[in-house]
Design a protein. Sequence first.
Length: 337
Amino acid sequence: MRGQRILQSVIPVMLVASFLVACGGASVTTPVSEPPTATPAPPSATPTPTVAPTHAPPATTAKTESATATVQSGQESYEIVRDIPYQKDGSDYVQARGKLDLYLPRDRENFPVLVWFHGGALMYEDKSESYATKVARRLASEGIGVVLPNYRLNPLVKYPTYIEDAASATAWVYHNIATYQGNPKQLFVGGHSSGAYLAAMIAMDERYLKQHQLLLQQIAGAILMSGEMYGDTTVWGERGIDKSTIDETKIDETTPMFYVRRDVPALLNMCAEYDEANVCEENQRFIEALRATGHKNVTFEKIPGRSHFSIADLESPPDNPVVKLMLTFIQKAMLGK
């Protein structure tokens, strides 16, 4: 809903002069005026997983993001800073995947920031994936800073490496986003499909952020879109376990459901009316379990008329109800409601 501008009522609006000059304090290796550096892809020979992933992207998914650093969106605008490394050590593959893009609302200061993890069954895609960039562009035009990180993928890595990368990217944002006028005290995490699984794990299992001297309390909230709260299919497949049904006996430390308790951050869980098997039921049960602990800042919404992929298309229609849900959730979480 483009008409709603939550930051105008919550955060002072200031003109941000020389926005990218101020970014010199962070580790930016690609000037924003240049085209994005292509991220080397993992070897194309991908072994067949024990359990076929249910959330593989459609063949028509396109890399649509422009190389232009400043993008006009109606009367609003935002800037993109690409390929900032959050992983500087390790193999070439670690460094190639350890990068992120910033979508920064212009003429804003002290804005909230959402770290958004792309989907792809933990096996495919990157931060240029069209459903991820649609989220980033729309929310940035609404005054929310959005960060799109890459992370390493199966089969070159396995659990828990994906989650460790997600935590590393989130820690980088917490420690550096003030350089770009963002507010680290209003830091949200989220994602679509397998990206929602990653966001849920770092928002609920304190071990991952603790490695970066961060606490769960430093996450303002998590937005989980069509994720698997009873465990990711690919993670189960790595152990040769078929996750075709909801099975309470399979809940263990690899699943968000394992960490249900009262003191986790505020959560917004969404699924699509035409989502894939069990996704809505998993998310509804997950939220009900959180409510049973006494957690009051949790929400579940089933989005009518949407599929597993179209739920992440925040650019259509302009008055998208998912956008309204996300903005309202962020505003309430910032106010501590």
